[in-house]
Design a protein around this ligand. Structure first.
Ligand code: CS2
Ligand code: MG
Length: 403
């Protein structure tokens, strides 16, 4: 079954998404997500200018071979742009395989290991009052797990807080990134108060998560983890930048608060030490940024050997195709932990018609063949690309800081 076309569509229904559409000689079409927040056009060019010519004429059924051809064959390995491009091809080929078989992708991955995929929602607020309202909304909708973030008093702007009653926080449009000012001392005083407040208001019947967004030093992270222990968090996310995997030994030796890391990982090599030394509890690699279903499965299989569970990134910059692919994997793998879920901003639903469904705190990918997402290219053309950058973080004295 030869590939006859592979085209990239960049569209912005509510936010930017990059989608790869692969067509075959039999008329079966597959779609893959290639969105890399703030670097969308680089992945689009990699796919259009360098990968498309390699795909035309290849057998769409040879997923593993195509993955290795693109990964090993390019000589230049890994990196977010290359791995996101490979992921899009891989997702589209799994979509095609499911459609040929007439089965949802999770069936091809071994079938369902559970009835539904536990998800966590994002509650946030500029004040505790607003945060409480947001938490209550998630509880009323049936969520069993909620990430809690609030503006740090003394800082002008804190990343990850939705404006007003909005459910998402998207980067502002513009030709330059916004710049935030960060102060870890203010944050470290505030974060335990934030979680303690939520426990006081809502008790211990809901799972709580919190994201530190790579901003701490190892010893600061160790202290925060220890202070959060009484509140029995589901996880503390990205306490430090994880390029330094060995730093987690220090954090781990000081705290029993579970740790989740990996939304920016793009290969198994980024988390090899974290997993094999049991330095984390959840690996957050995503299907779009970590090489597609083929590679993410390998990461999760390695994690399983060491008792590390999955907790994939699922913010709105992962397109509905990515979320669908994640749900197929989540449903199938034995060591699933939790899935991040932020419903996509309107009008994404006009472009991506999804088959997944939310019920009582769980998502299910649906039982349609393939990934179960229909991509409407005519609708996509109505929403042209808008340049947007993720913000940059600086310390009070102007030093560029991790974020
Ligand atoms: C966050 C994201 O979802 C998360 O945990 O860290 O908001 C992340 O910053 C964005 O997805 C980056 O594109
Ligand atoms: Mg995060």
């Amino acid at each position: 079954m030869k590939i006859t076309d592979a085209r990239v569509v960049v569209t912005a229904p509510g936010r930017n998404f990059v989608t790869l559409v692969i067509e075959t000689e039999d008329g079966v079409v597959g779609v893959g997500d290639a969105t890399l927040n703030g670097r969308e056009l680089a992945v689009a060019s990699t796919l259009t200018d360098h990968i498309r010519p390699l795909l035309i004429g290849r057998d769409a059924r040879r997923i593993e071979d195509t993955w290795n051809y693109l990964y090993k064959g390019s000589y230049w390995r890994r990196g977010a742009i290359a791995m996101t491009a490979i992921a899009a091809v891989d997702m589209a080929l799994w979509d095609i395989k499911g459609k040929i078989a007439g089965l949802p992708v999770y069936e091809l991955l071994g079938g369902a290991s559970r009835d539904g995929v536990l998800v966590y929602g994002h509650a946030s607020g500029h004040t505790f009052d607003v945060l409480d309202g947001s938490v209550q909304k998630y509880l009323d909708t049936g969520y069993k797990a909620i990430r809690v973030q609030a503006s740090v008093p003394g800082l002008d702007h804190t990343y990850g807080i939705a404006a007003g009653s909005a459910a998402t926080y998207e980067p502002a449009s513009g030709s330059l990134p916004e710049e935030d000012v960060w102060d870890s001392a203010l944050y470290l005083d505030f974060a335990p108060r934030l979680v303690s407040h939520v426990r006081e208001q809502f008790g211990y019947g809901v799972h709580l998560l919190h994201d530190a967004h790579h901003r701490l030093t190892p010893i600061e992270a160790a202290r925060l983890g220890a202070q959060l222990e009484p509140y029995r968090m589901w996880w503390l996310e990205d306490p430090t930048p994880a390029e330094d995997q060995g730093a987690f030994r220090l954090i781990r030796s000081h705290t029993a608060t579970p740790l989740a890391v990996g939304e920016i990982f793009n290969s198994i090599w980024d988390c090899q030490q974290l997993i094999t030394e049991r330095l984390i509890d959840y690996v957050r690699a995503s299907v779009t940024h970590a090489g597609g279903i083929t590679h993410l499965r390998r990461i999760f299989a390695l994690a399983e050997l060491y008792g590390v569970r999955t907790g994939s990134h699922g913010a709105t910059d992962l397109s509905p195709i990515s979320l669908a692919a994640a749900l197929h994997i989540d449903l199938a793998v034995p060591n699933f932990g939790i899935q991040e879920y932020m419903p996509h901003p309107s009008p994404a639903e006009e472009v991506f018609r999804t088959g997944y469904r939310f019920h009582d705190g769980y998502l299910h990918p649906g039982d349609g063949p393939g990934l179960g997402v229909e991509f409407d290219e005519v609708a996509a053309a109505r929403f042209p690309y808008v340049p947007r950058y993720l913000p940059v973080n600086r310390l009070v004295d102007g030093t560029v800081h991790d974020w």
